[in-house]
Write a protein that binds this ligand. Sequence first.
Ligand code: ATP
Length: 516
Amino acid sequence: MAEDVFKKLVAHCKEYGFVFQSSEIYDGLGAVYDYGQNGVELKNNIKKYWWDSMVMLNENIVGIDSAIFMHPTIWKASGHVDAFNDPLIDNKDSKKRYRADVLIEEQLAKIEEKINKEVEKAAKRFGDAFDEAQFRSTNARVLEHQEKWDALHNRFAKALNDGNLEELRQIIVDEEIVCPISGTRNWTEVRQFNLMFSTEMGSTSDGALKIYLRPETAQGIFVNYLNVQKTGRMKLPFGIAQIGKAFRNEIVARQFIFRMREFEQMEMQFFVKPGTELDWFEKWKTTRMSWHQSLGFGAENYRFHVHEKLAHYANAAVDVEYKFPFGFKEVEGIHSRTDFDLSQHQQYSGKKIQYFDTEKNESYVPFVVETSIGVDRMFLQVLSASYKEEEVSDASGQKDTRVVLSLPPQLAPVKMAVMPLVKKDGLPEKAREIIDDLKFDFNCMYDEKDSIGKRYRRMDAIGTPFCVTVDHQTLEDNTVTIRYRDTMEQDRVEISKLRAIIAEAVSMKSLFAKLK
Ligand code: ATP
């Protein structure tokens, strides 16, 4: 059912110019996508919401835009050349390749699902008297599943932490996990696969340099730490934010724009005094969760997921997960990265990368708390939350379904559509006059084709919060009907009031005001 909604959402993205498959006329390129005329606007609005919440609202956070190409030693220092790997396993019958860790995570999710079903059933049975905590801690079936989950989870976490590939395979065998395509358990060994793309800079005759396409934007921030700290005269704690493309040669590239080989990240590295990093980690967890929840998609659709395995650089890490139609999945990572990256760059570059603390009168390498979110995953979160099919009845009482994107108005690609009721009598000219007046403030669209009803539906489908109709009365008294996307109600208002009505709804101020 939920999967059906997801399929429809993917089709909708194409039909209404949000997302196209890359190189489609050549049959596409795996896990690479292009954003269309509406997609790019939505994406830009998401980026603006993030950027302003970081750089504009915080005196001590500044932005940069570093190059994608960087010196190859950076990736040696960061550990990516040696350790940016995924454990892979192939099914010998279907010849399909999977991430071993993902197969086991899905198995864990299945057990969790069983527990949740028991809880749901009991909740229905007991009604108001239901005590969920008590049920979870006493019901025999739940306890049995929970014990299984704990045992598998512990074994999995240990195998990951030990980098024990044989044990990962053994878990898959013992859990009797089958390939969803062939249905068999005929698995190969588990191998490590590096996710970085590489290319060459310069011609081979003068000794080309092997360089990598960055798999994260963070390293561009670390190697500019000194530049920004000195030129901006930044004092700890302070942050550097960046939005940019990242590239990973993902093996299991499914689920549309959830996992892409070329994607965009919004990352902020927050530099702090050693010893204060875990307090800042908690603070950024709260702030980032409130950034997501301000959009109004329902607090119950978010949760934190604590990592089974800490990356080589981290001393604490958590994911913000959103409930997509295909289940709870990561949209953002918050990591306490210690002084690992700056210390490594200090060592590999031979340059001193330290902060002089005037209070303590000593120099040290700052610690870092990072927030890292994928623009594309955020885009998918926004669309998943906003895509709705509604039963409505038209003016004559006839039933119909409308597809509406109930996007937060602040993120909607088009803020207002202006429609002349008919294509004559000076109505189109009047409609254009309204657009000419408002187009400096908002993204407006003119539409005169088809019936008003059809035009409304087209605007609902791309999430336009306001439709303004110009009719004969407009020419007499300068009033228009304004129709609200979500309620479909209409009001008659003066043209001179439109700017204020729209500004109030689409200004990001109301989102920022809710941030913690
Ligand atoms: P996953 O476990 O899903 O592979 P990750 O833990 O490797 O993700 P991070 O390295 O923490 O991800 O990257 C930070 C964010 O970048 C993720 O939360 C996600 O939003 C985004 N991201 C990472 N990889 C991809 C990808 N292949 N396609 C789209 N977004 C991605």
